[in-house]
Write a protein that binds this ligand. Structure first.
Ligand SMILES: [Zn+2]
Length: 392
């Protein structure tokens, strides 16, 4: 992008297109010649197209401008249990996608090499000219302190103290943006999911760990070190279990997938009856999916543990509400994806604990994230931020 005006105009065309130059000028409060100069440049660059004619306010016909889907291409790669890679056009429509289990790659270096190789294959397979690849967005596990590009801590094995920028620059030839998956998942909700049109919300990603992202006034808020939103490390128990972050009793220790699995196994060891014993005689084999399934079949132990986790999460959502007063709190991730108990308990508890005298119409909404969106779209949004907003 050449400047803020280009990005602003592209954003307006993306959100309101097809749109005429005079409407763009009015919305941006610039003169029509200024809007025309910039849109002409965007037309030359192929980022927008003219799609037929509409009537301008003066009654004469004016070209309607729209984003050119083939004007640029974006890659998104998300590293979670699977490495999911997607190629999209400028309208974020997925053209090609790949997913392989992350366990196939022993370390971050191998993972990044796999992403680079897949990108190269997709470029060739889809006949994308190199210069049209605008960028690559990568969502990684762990805390990515932007100041030195080191992932310092991660719940993912092997992802501690990784210099991600070094790995990327030696394998990926395109402009690459990296954030942790809690941030990319927040951008996904903001650009394409449950947070569309909402300028103030908090996304609580509850999965193998608990993370989050904060959108304030339409912008991802990162804080001084790029670690704002690590909501999994809000302590709910003063003398609770030690956490790798340095705190004690972090919510991640009570409501993440491993924490819920651990709690169920603990209670089974203590002799609490459950249908899971017949199904999975070896405790080691019990997974979160098993716990959810057993709860749906009325298993008391599993229902109890899921409710406990939901209520604890709800107390954190109440704290979030008190700090940010957001329009929405979005709960996303594997814990709530296929299970309603945790979400419903969390929602009820949070509403119980927040100011009851606030006008109901102005109350914070608590909703689930949009599960239907593919993971890498959050990483695509990371690149789109730089095209359409220049806020990163
Ligand atoms: Zn912690």
């Amino acid at each position: 992008m050449k400047g803020l005006n280009e990005a602003s105009i592209l954003k307006i065309i993306r959100e309101h297109g097809p749109i005429s130059r005079s409407d763009i000028a009015q919305m941006l409060n610039v003169s029509i010649p200024t809007a025309t100069r910039i849109t002409d440049s965007l037309l030359t660059d192929g980022l927008i197209v003219s799609v037929g004619f509409g009537l301008s306010s003066g009654g004469r016909s004016a070209p309607n401008l729209e984003i050119n889907p083939t004007g640029a291409y974006i890659f998104g790669a998300e590293v979670t249990n699977n490495i999911e890679i997607a190629l999209t056009n400028l309208k974020a429509e997925v053209i090609d996608a790949s997913s392989v289990p992350a366990i196939r790659f022993g370390n971050p270096a191998e993972t990044i090499k796999h992403i680079a190789a897949t990108i190269d294959e997709m470029v060739i397979r889809n006949k994308i000219p190199d210069e049209k690849v605008y960028g690559v967005g990568i969502g990684t596990p762990g805390i990515n302190f932007r100041a030195n590009s080191i992932i310092e801590q991660s719940v993912f094995k092997g992802w501690n103290n990784v210099n991600i920028e070094e790995l990327i620059s030696s394998s990926i030839k395109y402009k690459t943006f990296v954030e942790n998956i809690a941030y990319t998942s927040t951008l996904k909700e903001y650009w394409f999911g449950s947070g569309i049109g909402c300028g103030n919300f908090v996304n609580l990603l509850v999965d193998n760990g608990i993370g989050g992202g904060i959108i304030l006034d339409g912008k991802l808020y990162k804080g001084m070190n790029g670690k704002a939103g690590h909501l999994g490390h809000i302590s709910i128990e003063n003398d609770g279990e030690y956490c790798y972050c340095g705190n004690k009793g972090c919510i991640e220790r009570y409501a993440s997938i491993p924490a819920i699995e651990k709690r169920v196994k603990r209670l089974i060891k203590d002799g609490v009856d459950t249908s899971l014993i017949l199904e999975k005689p070896d405790l080691f084999d019990i997974t979160y999916a098993d716990i959810c399934r057993a709860s749906e079949n009325g298993d008391d132990l599993c229902i109890k543990v899921l409710r406990e986790a939901g209520r604890k999460l709800g107390s954190v959502v109440a704290s979030i509400s008190n700090i940010f007063d957001p329009e929405l709190v979005i709960i996303s991730g594997g814990v709530v994806r296929n299970n309603s108990i945790v979400f419903e308990e969390c929602r009820a508890e949070a509403l119980d604990r927040t100011f009851s005298f606030i006008n109901v119409k102005r109350r914070m909404g608590i909703i689930k994230g949009n599960d239907r969106l593919q993971g890498p779209l959050g990483c695509v949004a990371l690149v789109m931020e730089s095209i359409f907003s220049q806020k990163l």
